[in-house]
Design a protein around this ligand. Structure first.
Ligand code: FER
Length: 304
């Protein structure tokens, strides 16, 4: 039988050529996939906070639900200072036991907010519970009050007006006379300065500095996140009695893109010029909860 070997050879060559073509194509695709993967991994690594070099970077997911959450409960109490019924949110940690004594943090909102602002925007229960579950923060009770003490109890349309600013300053009396006695009656909280903290965002940060510096025998820990202007103290008055200069933790932080950054810088300078130790840092961000959540994370981690 006659077999056309030329044809078979041609056919074999064709198969080899086609296979080489596919082989090369697969190699090109594989190399591209590996390159894209390596490039993405490198980019992601670059964007991640450098935890060793930046002690204030919060790890990714710090404000997401990871494990067991504590409880947020809305409480009402009557205020003699304003003659109104006031509300606050109270965070109790995972594993909370009503018969145990806990340190307490008062966490204050900003000029537009009410007692719901932290709960609605700041994931305080997740931030605190994640820290506590990882043993990076002590179990604590966190009270989120209404810092605007006016009658009637409303948010005025002109939030920068005198009435609103005065209502924030009225919180000083309210805290001492009404809120702290209420919390200390309802919950077993520490009555030592080493077990009491006050912190807040913007207007609440300014108030925390105001109250903390005025009552160093009551608060051992003060946090001001993007503190607002209008602190009643002059630079010379921003100081602590000698006995509290080195045992009061004051943390001031602000976003680098925040229009109020100069106030944090000035408050910090006045304190340090007057011999008061502070912890001061800035991060990327504006006048917003990106910065304030980071502030709460870093403050809660370092107190008690
Ligand atoms: C001001 C600018 C900002 C001020 C208060 C704020 C009382 C507060 C901002 C906030 O709480 O977010 O001049 O003066």
């Amino acid at each position: 039988m006659y077999v056309n070997t030329d044809f078979i050879l041609l056919w074999k060559n064709q198969i080899i050529k086609t296979n080489i073509f596919y082989f090369l194509a697969v190699i090109v695709v594989l190399v591209t996939v590996v390159c894209v993967y390596l490039l993405t991994a490198y980019k992601n690594k670059k964007n991640q906070p450098k935890e060793e070099s930046d002690p204030f970077a919060a790890p990714s997911g710090f404000d997401k639900k990871k494990g067991k959450l504590g409880n947020l409960t809305e409480k009402s109490y009557s205020s003699k200072t304003t003659g109104t019924t006031q509300k606050c949110y109270v965070y109790t940690p995972p594993g909370y036991k009503a018969n145990k004594v806990y340190p307490v943090m008062y966490l204050l909102h900003g000029i537009n907010g009410t007692h719901t602002e932290w709960k609605d925007n700041g994931n305080p229960d997740r931030i605190l519970s994640n820290l506590i579950n990882a043993c990076d923060a002590k179990r604590m009770i966190v009270v989120m009050p209404n810092v605007r003490f006016m009658n009637p109890n409303i948010v005025p349309s002109d939030v920068y007006g005198t009435a609103n600013v005065n209502a924030f300053n009225n919180f000083f009396n309210e805290l001492k006379n009404d809120l702290m006695p209420f919390i200390e009656k309802e919950y077993k909280v520490s009555k030592e300065r080493t077990g009491r903290a006050i912190a807040g965002l913007s207007m609440g940060g300014m108030e925390s500095l105001n109250i903390g510096i005025s009552m160093p025998e009551t608060f051992g820990f003060i946090g001001a996140f993007s503190a607002a202007p209008s602190l009643p103290f002059s630079a010379e008055q921003m100081k602590l009695p000698d006995e509290y200069k080195n045992n009061t933790f004051i943390m001031i932080c602000c976003g680098l893109e925040d229009g109020l950054l100069s106030f944090s810088q000035d408050y910090n300078k006045s304190l340090t010029d007057n011999g008061v130790q502070t912890t001061y840092y800035t991060i990327r961000g504006g006048h917003d909860f990106g910065v304030w959540k980071n502030g709460l994370y870093n403050f809660a981690k370092r107190i008690f």
